[in-house]
Design a protein around this ligand. Sequence first.
Ligand SMILES: [Zn+2]
Length: 166
Amino acid sequence: MVNYMLMITGELENLTNLQPQGGCDDPDFTYYFKVKCGNCGEVSQKETCVTLNETVPLPKSKGTTHLVQKCKFCDREGTILMIPGRGRPLTQEMSESGKFTPLMLLDSRGFEPVEFYFGTGWKAESMEGTKFDGIDLSGGEFAEYDEKGECPVMISNLRATFDVTK
Ligand SMILES: [Zn+2]
């Protein structure tokens, strides 16, 4: 069994604690990514989206999972289950040292998750404590002004990887 840890980083200017709006285990936060078929290697054309509070029944067994999808090329079926409790906010310290922070663990069977897309519904706070909610990172960037700290705040150069974990 292979698990994938979604890891993210980016440049935070006068900001820290970048994370989903409702915290790292936000039940309503939507994760967008593509999947690569473990059988034929085909990468899905469209992004898949999964949300913690939206589950679907597992095919041919009891229980639920977050995604059941068929490869359009070879028809092989795969599933993805999200495992909460491992995510940590991206702090300015980590950002400055170029480190990635874990966001969500995926138990992915039959597929390899690839190409994470930063969507909407993020939050962060300025070094002065000003909170920025509902941040939209779908354009790859966020820029605002912190009245309290009297300085510009910015998020840019976003990157994500799916690291294989045991
Ligand atoms: Zn396939």
